[in-house]
Design a protein around this ligand. Structure first.
Ligand code: AVJ
Ligand code: FE
Length: 441
């Protein structure tokens, strides 16, 4: 980005805005009016709320703040402020209807394209330096597009989404990778569109550890289920055991067993459970319990990022496991290209220098870490993106899923959610401390 001329940057921003909008339109045009306004789960907003909220955030930041233009619809700000109304209450608000929503977001976008035509990417004005606010808003839209995809997964009825299958898997020469540890630079101070919680870059010391080559698969996880994992308190933390009993969990969300065969629902299609695909729709507590049952643990966020970005041959921290170039279809399963995680081993070109695979894309990966600010954190440009969520209530997820766009899925990107949540496209991989003979090998 920093290499681009102002005209190049303007063109790049325009393409990103167009790409996120095409996805929003696709996800909302796929369903009828009833399905747009219905709440498919108490955990989610009606799709029409996400849609207008996308437009409202774009209006607030790009039309009013960056552009200094008159508001289009100040009267609806309150309805689409995520902090004013919990998701469960949103269907009963006097929301814009589907047609009004489409008109509103289109009018906002027309104004934004005019602002984009005239804006100077003045390095002295932080909000527009490297087109940051535009980057933030196109990422915001893409993040809500992933949320809307999760709503589609919860929706019942006839299937409406389809995509070609991802590449096939391959068998791996080793199920685990030894990571020597060391000091590395975590986070970033130079990614132009990195959000506040990814900043600043800071040195972190990581002890040697062992990490799974790929995420835990459905086949792996099924052994835990069949082995009575959900009935045995030994594998669960105290909070996890309390939750699994209270919520009566017996398997990942969307799994079912019929006459001894395991099935799953995927975007309203019933399928036999694909054993070589990363497990998903498990909560943090389930991930933690599986890891303990397997004699392992979850990686810390530091360990995850070290495995994903550290290049031991140069001592440098890379942007991505495969290097500094932005993700291509050969590297990672991103961008709703396939609408499912790829089987284990499907992305050899995406491997890190140490040989860890599928870190970016496929499934979000639960880490053992609470969501905390990095040393030197500064809330910017608004406290409600990250600051208000820091603390022990949220666990960090890394790497992005098949539903995450490449404009979001940076090696430094941090996601977070409550440890009981299962509707997101989240799985995990395990790590462990090395055995003495591995340390002295
Ligand atoms: C970073 C995915 C946790 O969806 O709650 C969207 C992103 N922030 N609108 C969320 C976000 C404001 C956020 N996550
Ligand atoms: Fe939002």
């Amino acid at each position: 980005l920093s290499d681009l001329s102002p005209e190049g940057l303007r063109a790049f921003v325009g393409e990103q805005l167009e790409r996120s909008r095409a996805r929003t339109v696709q996800l909302t045009d796929a369903v009828d009016t009833d399905d747009l306004v219905r709440q498919h789960s108490k955990l989610m907003s009606p799709l029409v709320w996400d849609y207008a909220h996308i437009g409202n955030q774009e209006e607030l930041w790009l039309v009013r703040d960056v552009g200094g233009r008159e508001p289009l619809r100040q009267d609806i700000d309150e309805l689409y402020d995520a902090f004013q109304h919990p998701r469960a209450d949103r269907p009963s608000l006097p929301l814009l209807g589907p047609a009004e929503t489409r008109t509103y977001v289109t009018e906002v976008r027309d104004k934004v394209l005019d602002v984009l035509d005239h804006v100077k990417f003045d390095a002295g004005r932080e909000l527009v330096d490297n087109a940051f606010a535009f980057g933030m808003i196109t990422q915001h839209e893409q993040q809500h597009d992933e949320t809307m995809l999760a709503t589609h997964q919860l929706r019942e009825g006839a299937p409406v989404l389809d995509a070609p299958p991802p590449p096939t898997g391959r068998s791996l020469s080793s199920a685990e990778v030894f990571v020597p540890g060391g000091v590395f630079e975590m986070g970033t101070s130079i990614e132009p569109w990195a959000l506040d919680n990814e900043r600043p870059a800071h040195g972190v010391h990581v002890k040697p550890y062992v990490i799974d080559t790929v995420p835990v698969t459905n086949g792996d996880y099924l052994r835990f289920v069949l082995g009575g994992g959900y009935e045995d308190p030994r594998w669960w933390s105290e909070a996890g055991w309390a939750h699994v009993q209270k919520a009566s969990l017996v398997a990942p969300r969307f799994w079912s067993q019929v006459d001894g065969e395991w099935w799953r629902v995927r975007f309203a299609h019933q399928e036999l459970l694909p054993l070589d695909e990363p497990v998903m729709h498990v909560c943090f507590y389930e991930a933690e319990a599986y890891a303990k049952w397997a004699g392992k643990r979850l990686p810390t966020e530091e360990e995850w990022e070290f495995a994903a970005r550290f290049d031991p041959s140069t001592g440098r921290t890379r942007r991505f496991p495969w290097g500094d170039e932005s993700p291509g279809p050969q590297h990672a399963n991103l961008g709703q290209r396939h609408l499912r995680p790829a089987p284990a081993g499907a992305y050899p070109a995406g491997a890190s220098p140490l040989g860890v695979e599928q870190l970016i894309g496929d499934v979000w990966e639960w880490t053992s870490s609470d969501f905390r600010p990095y040393p030197g954190f500064r809330a910017w440009p608004y406290d409600e993106y990250s600051l208000v969520f820091f603390g022990p209530d949220y666990k960090v997820l890394r790497g992005g899923s098949f539903g995450t766009d490449e404009v979001v899925a940076r090696g430094t990107f941090r996601n977070w959610d409550y440890p009981i949540r299962r509707q997101i496209f989240a799985g995990f991989r395990c790590a462990r401390d090395p055995r003495p003979e591995e340390l002295h090998a």
